[in-house]
Ligand binder design. Structure first.
Ligand code: BDR
Ligand code: CA
Length: 304
C-alpha cells in the first residue's frame, strides 16, 4: 500500500525535486502540500508549489502557511534559490489556486479525516507543524512519523552550527522535537554526502520533459559545483522508499534557540545526558550511488 504523506515545503529547487518524486511515485500517496516562508517568501513558495502541481496536472491541494517564523526575524535563502525560488524554467502560466484554508487548518483536516495514519514530510522550516501541534494537539495521535529535512550533527550551512531549516525557526523545531512523535532527522550529514553528480544532472537534461525541467532549475542552485549538487529535500522521499540505503542512529536531539549556536541540532551521540532516552532517528550515512541511480530511475519513469 502506498505511504500516505503530507509535504510541508518551501520550494525551493530541491523542494521542487522532492515534490516531483512524491507526486509521481506510485508508492507515495501525497494527500496535501502546505507551504511556508523559507527559501523565499510564502507567496513565492506557494506559487512555486502550484507550478509543480500544474506541471504534472495533478489535483493535490496546496494550502499556504506561515509568513514568518514563530519568534525569529525571517531571512530567506534567495542567494541559493534565486529571487523567485525556482528559476530557470518557463512553467505554464495558468496556475491553480491554493485552497481556501490555511496550512494549519488543512493539515488538521487532512490528518483527522485520513483513513490511516499520515507521515509528515517537512522540507522547509517547521513553523506550520509547530503551530499545528500547539493549536490541535489531538493530531499527534494520527501521525505515523515525521521525516524532516533539517539539522546536522556536524557543521551547519547557515552558521558553523546551524542548518538552514532549523536556523530559520529554531523555536518551531524545538516544539516539533518535543512532540513525542517519532522523528527521522534527514540532515546535512547525509544530504551533503549524496550529491547529485554532474553525470546524473547531464542525464536529466535529455531524458524527458520532467528531466529537462529539473535540470534547468537545478543548474541554477547556488550550491551546484563541479562535484555535484545537494538535493537535500529529496533525501526524505528516498528514505521513505529506500530506508535500507540509509544508516540511522537513535539519539536525543536538542535544539538551541539562542546564542551563537542558535539553530544547532545537538545530538546526544554518546547518550550522556538523557538517561538512554531518544527522540529521533538521525540519518548518519547514505549510499550516494544508490541515491543517484534512484533519482535518475524515478525521473525516467515519469510519463512526461
Ligand atoms: C535546506 O535549506 C533549504 O534551502 C533547502 O531547500 C533545504 O530544505 C537545506 O539546508
Ligand atoms: Ca526546503
Amino acid at each position: 500500500m502506498a505511504i500516505k504523506i503530507i509535504m510541508d515545503s518551501d520550494p525551493g529547487i530541491d523542494d521542487a525535486a522532492a515534490l516531483t518524486m512524491a507526486l509521481n511515485d506510485p508508492q507515495v500517496d501525497l494527500k496535501l502540500i502546505t507551504t511556508v516562508a523559507g527559501n523565499v517568501t510564502v507567496d513565492k513558495t506557494t506559487k512555486n508549489a502550484l507550478k509543480i502541481v500544474r506541471f504534472f496536472n495533478k489535483d493535490v491541494p496546496v494550502a499556504a502557511g506561515a509568513k514568518q517564523p514563530l519568534i525569529k526575524k525571517f531571512e530567506d535563502a534567495a542567494r541559493i534559490h534565486g529571487e523567485s525560488g525556482m528559476p530557470g524554467y518557463d512553467f505554464p502560466k495558468d496556475l491553480p489556486k491554493p485552497i481556501n484554508e490555511t496550512a494549519v487548518e488543512a493539515l488538521h483536516d487532512v490528518i483527522m479525516n485520513s483513513d490511516g495514519k499520515i507521515t509528515l514530510v517537512p522540507t522547509g522550516t517547521y513553523t506550520n507543524v509547530a503551530l499545528l501541534f500547539s493549536e490541535y494537539p489531538e493530531v499527534k495521535d494520527h501521525i505515523e512519523k515525521i521525516v524532516a529535512m533539517g539539522g546536522s550533527l556536524g557543521m551547519g550551512n547557515m552558521t558553523s552550527a546551524a542548518e538552514f531549516n532549523i536556523f530559520t525557526d529554531p523555536d518551531a523545531a524545538k516544539i516539533v522535537y518535543k512532540s513525542s512523535i517519532p522523528i527521522v532527522m534527514v540532515g546535512l550529514d547525509i544530504t551533503t554526502k549524496a550529491l547529485l553528480t554532474p553525470e546524473s544532472l547531464n542525464k536529466l537534461e535529455y531524458m524527458n520533459k520532467t528531466g529537462k525541467m529539473l535540470h534547468d532549475i537545478i543548474i541554477h542552485d547556488g550550491e551546484n559545483s563541479d562535484f555535484g549538487v545537494a538535493m537535500h529535500d529529496v533525501n526524505t522521499i528516498f528514505y521513505l522508499l529506500h530506508p535500507e540505503a540509509i544508516t540511522t542512529k537513535d539519539m536525543w536531539v536538542d535544539i538551541v534557540t539562542d546564542g551563537p549556536a542558535i539553530g544547532e541540532t545537538v545530538g546526544d551521540i554518546r547518550g550522556a545526558y538523557h538517561d538512554g532516552k531518544t527522540n529521533a532517528k538521525v540519518c548518519v550515512d547514505i549510499d550516494a550511488a544508490a541515491f543517484n541511480s534512484w533519482f535518475i530511475d524515478e525521473v525516467s519513469r515519469i510519463n512526461k
